[in-house]
Design a protein around this ligand. Structure first.
Ligand code: ATP
Ligand code: MG
Length: 486
């Protein structure tokens, strides 16, 4: 208790006489202080009067501020409402202001220091990026999604590869020394109607100064994806209104493995290469930059195989569309033909189908499949700034309407027929290297049969007699029946 009173007496109690209580001294100081300057010099010897050291009081509490602090103490500190409520209010306001400032500052910092890159699932680089990230070592992810790939090997065996791609959620990676936050988000409600998959985005966030790394990262992902396709041909087929890769990219077929009659391959290849070089010539003259090729001939003569090999040779992919497909309508055909992936040949198989169905209508009067005029419009309507190379095949050229054969629709047509002497010999030598004598003997025997022989039939016979040219020679008679089963 004494300690408390000592403090409030501000160091004066030692000057007070022993018979005066401490609390009286405190009050008398505060009341008497203003009169101090006008009072005569205190006479410490005056009998009966309390001895107050005025000098000490004026020294410690100087005039006006002393008054103010006294007032403050009385009004604020002395008042319990102000002391508690005001304090709380000040504290609350202070905190709110500080919090607002923090939010603004972090928003400002985010805008100034960080940079985002959003990749929507519609974009090509989306899959490239996920694939890249699944193989990237310096990352920490706890959410993974599985992506299964069947790989068909050259020997026909199938193996399965599971890639663990980053799943929806946040992932942190360190790329070339910079930290990047990767956020994969799936929209719960929006569906991509064409593919039936939910819309997704991947957002990459990094420091503003490291923004150039986004470009590096994306091109690295692209190079990686394209490397996987190197030496391969991607085959696209139609899936609703869009083109989708059909299975894994196929190993390129060498053009040497397709044996057409002498000179045919070379002249088609020269024509296509010349067309690809003449883009400026077409644009200067205002001619649509497209060229149509028609390969006609009996089944199994190598039309499809040749076009695939040609795509491989030119380093192009192929978009295959079969016009005899039942659910292909004119609208879809038109849309597909105008949205061909870049560096792709368009292959329209069995174009005679459009002519067969010319008059076909169902009960409700709708035409099914592609109509003749639909095909012509689609061929004419292909307008792309890129080159458009269309290959068409048919087994029944006699069914084609002359309208389709006019230049601009079909600019180059060639018969890919049954095997000629030249082809039979070349095929034999391809399967049985250096067996020139036996090749001649085989050709003579085959021609003597005097029946049309397709190159597909020859392949069947040679595959059956692997490494056995004599076996092939002895079985030459089987070529008489086109659908002979070995
Ligand atoms: N000229 C050829 N050279 C090498 N292989 C050929 C040749 N012709 C056919 N073949 C082989 O025969 C099979 C069928 O060939 P392909 O599918 O190319 O024939 P197509 O002319 O397209 O037949 P269709 O008119 O029935 O579509 C393939 O496996 C192919 O390897
Ligand atoms: Mg074919």
């Amino acid at each position: 208790m004494m300690g408390f009173f000592d403090g409030s007496a501000s160091g004066s109690p030692d000057t007070l006489p022993n018979n005066t209580s401490t609390s009286t001294a405190t009050t008398s100081r505060s009341i008497e202080t203003p009169t101090t300057p006008s009072s005569p010099a205190p006479s410490t010897q005056q009998p009966g009067a309390p001895q107050i050291d005025f000098k000490k009081i004026t020294d410690t509490e100087d005039g006006f501020s002393g008054m103010a602090s006294n007032l403050f103490e009385q009004v604020i500190v002395g008042n319990p409402y102000f002391a508690a409520g005001g304090g709380l209010m000040l504290l609350g306001t202070g905190l709110a202001v500080a919090r607002g400032a923090m939010v603004r500052a972090s928003g400002f910092m985010y805008r100034q220091l960080l940079v985002d890159l959003e990749i929507p699932s519609k974009d090509k680089s989306y899959m490239w990026f996920l694939e890249w990230m699944s193989q990237y070592k310096h990352r920490s992810s706890r959410h993974l999604s599985v992506e299964t790939n069947f790989i068909q090997h050259d020997n026909g065996a199938v193996s399965t590869k599971f890639s663990l791609v980053p799943g929806p959620g946040n992932h942190l990676i360190r790329y070339k020394g910079a930290f990047m936050l990767i956020k994969r988000e799936r929209s719960g409600k929006l569906l991509d109607m064409t593919s039936g998959t939910p819309f997704e985005t991947v957002t990459l966030t990094t420091l503003y100064r490291d923004r150039a790394l986004f470009g590096d990262l994306l091109s690295e992902a692209k190079t990686m994806a394209l490397k996987a396709q190197e030496g391969k041909t991607v085959i696209y087929t139609s899936w609703g209104p869009e083109w989708r890769p059909f299975g894994q990219p196929k190993k390129k077929r060498t053009i040497g493995s397709v044996i057409l009659d002498s000179g045919i391959k070379e002249s088609i290849l020269d024509d296509v290469k010349d067309f690809l070089k003449s883009g400026k010539w077409y644009f200067d003259r205002g001619i649509p930059y497209r060229r149509g090729y028609l390969l006609y001939g009996p089944p199994g003569s190598g039309k499809t195989s040749f076009i695939q090999a040609l795509a491989g040779e030119l380093d192009y992919n192929i978009c295959i569309l079969n016009l005899s497909e039942a659910n292909l309508t004119d609208d879809r055909l038109n849309h597909l033909m105008n949205h061909i992936p870049e560096r792709s040949l368009l292959l329209l198989e069995d174009i005679d189908a459009a002519f067969n169905k010319r008059d076909q209508t169902d009960a409700s009067g709708f035409k099914s499949g592609v109509t003749f005029s639909g095909l012509l419009n689609a061929l004419d309507g292909v307008a792309s700034s890129e080159e458009t190379i269309t290959f068409m095949t048919t087994n029944h050229p006699e069914k084609l309407d002359p309208a389709i054969l006019r230049p601009g629709r079909v600019d180059y047509r060639v018969l890919v027929g049954n095997a000629t002497r030249y082809q039979i010999e070349q095929m034999f030598l391809r399967f049985y290297e250096n067996e020139t004598a036996k090749a001649k003997e085989f050709v003579d025997k085959a021609i003597a049969l005097d029946v049309p022989i397709s190159t597909a039939q020859l392949q069947g016979l040679f595959v059956y007699n692997k490494n056995d040219p004599d076996g092939a020679l002895s079985m030459v008679d089987t070529l008489k029946t086109p659908n002979h089963v070995f």
